[in-house]
Design a protein. Sequence first.
Length: 112
Amino acid sequence: MYSVIFILPNGEEFIAQANEGESILQVAHKNALQLEGACEGSLACATCHVIVDEAWFDILDELEEPSEQEEDMLDFAFNLTTTSRLGCQIKMCKELDGIKVTIPSENRNIQS
Ligand code: FES
């Protein structure tokens, strides 16, 4: 079991448990957090946009850089930051145990 620290849109911290291979989006859904994920991880919506804590962003980047498709989709995300990623593309592993991500207060669904 790993842990994921979510900073919720209201600024509160929520610590969730995650299994190996689970995506940040799946972990958020398991805990009924407000992260939409309209396309359920098929890289077609950008509503799973999360802002990764800077230190963790570098670790994540070293593990696996975002795919071109993820980068393209991120361009549509609302409130994009330099440490933005798509929650459906971050898969939990031991290197990411304790990762901290912020759920933005608004996410845009480009499908609608
Ligand atoms: S859930 Fe749609 S891009 Fe991640």
